[in-house]
Ligand binder design. Structure first.
Ligand code: ZN
Length: 360
């Protein structure tokens, strides 16, 4: 049986430990100690990622979450009101993703208490997720045997399963114009800000269609009021659930920059990188089907949803594993209004326990 009081206590303990991305030393040590206490074999790496294993019989399952949190996230003081945990309003809460870690630890507690037979479990708790999936990208995943698994880095009602996420391109561009005195000889200059402005207004941006989005997020350039600016830097991105749409959108952004530069007699350096690949699962896929069955066994109607964001799951699916995100109930994440209902975390833990039991 899931012990809601213990689950809540674990969660409160974890959010009280500061763990901004890049400063995971302390939380990683605490989690390693807890996992060892629960009988798991624990390994950590230089990034403070944790891989822990519980022996068992049957097909191995992966359970994963991330240990780092966004800012403002130091000195978090959780406040529980009517079964919902909030911060004191000056920081985030850190339910993203310590609600996921608390769920995993509670499931391991129950399995140990019941001396229950389970399939082999591989628990991955990554560092530096929020700053670009750095921990999971640096993790040596070659030793992971699980082909299927569940991550706990999503919100919404219990039973919500994130089954698709977009591929994501990041674009960096530098427009090179030509500097000149703005009053004495402007005709000798090439204004890089004008080039950037023309390029950005020519690009389709925002919501392109149901599956595709694009953004120019920052623009920096110019030295002084009276100098024709010779350099502007732009940072942008595009995401889509469909590879072909992502390529088409990225090409439009690149071409807008190139043609504006050409028109104005400037040049532009453009760098496009794949931040991560998307994934696209349906109820026909094993992980999804089994999670849905676990939900229904508990009387919870599962709901399959897409997301516009990336997570560690993108990286593992690209490695050929089949992992989905299951809601822990976390809400308003990355804001000081972040909160989570204890009953939602408990429901999530029940689903996972059922998933594990059905897999043995
Ligand atoms: Zn997260």
């Amino acid at each position: 049986m899931i012990n809601t009081t213990r689950l809540l206590e674990t969660f409160l303990d974890l959010v009280r430990i500061d763990s901004p991305s890049g400063e995971e030393d302390k939380i990683s040590q605490e989690l390693a100690a807890r996992l060892r206490h629960l009988g798991l074999d624990v390994q950590t790496d230089a990034l403070h990622n944790i891989v822990a294993r519980r022996q068992g019989n049957g097909e191995p399952l992966l359970l994963m979450a991330h240990m780092d949190t966004v800012m403002p996230g130091r000195g978090i003081k959780p406040v529980t009101r009517d079964g919902v945990v909030y911060s004191d309003g000056t920081t985030i809460l850190g339910a993203d993703d310590k609600s996921g870690i608390a769920v995993i630890l509670e499931v391991l507690h129950v399995l140990r208490e019941e001396a229950a037979d389970s399939p082999p479990l591989e628990v991955v708790i990554s560092a530096q997720e929020e700053t670009g999936l750095i921990g999971i990208k640096g993790l040596d995943a070659t030793g992971l045997e699980s082909k299927i698994g569940v991550s706990f880095d999503a919100g919404d009602a219990p039973g919500t399963i994130v089954v698709t996420a977009p591929s994501h391109n990041i674009l960096s561009a530098v427009v090179h114009g030509k500097a000149a005195h703005a009053g004495a000889e402007p005709e000798n200059g090439v204004n890089a800000i004008v080039v950037a402005a023309q390029a950005v207004t020519a690009m389709p941006l925002g919501r392109i269609d149901e599956e595709t989005t694009a953004n120019i997020g920052t623009i920096h350039g110019g030295l002084a009021r009276n100098i024709v600016p010779d350099r502007v830097e732009l940072l942008g991105e595009a995401r889509s659930l469909q590879e072909a749409k992502l390529e088409a959108q990225t090409t439009k952004m690149v071409e807008a920059l190139q043609s504006a530069a050409k028109r104005q007699g400037a040049t532009v350096d453009i760098d496009v990188q794949r931040a991560y690949n998307g994934y696209y699962l349906t109820e026909g896929d094993r992980t999804v089907a089994r999670l849905m069955a676990a939900c229904r066994a508990l009387g919870i109607e599962p709901r399959l949803v897409p997301t516009g964001g990336g997570s560690d799951v993108n990286i593992l699916n690209a490695l050929g594993k089949q992992v989905v995100n299951l809601s822990t109930g976390m809400a308003s994440v990355h804001t000081v209004e972040e909160h989570v209902a204890v009953s939602d975390m408990a429901a999530c833990a029940e689903i996972v326990l059922e998933f594990v039991r059905q897999s043995r």
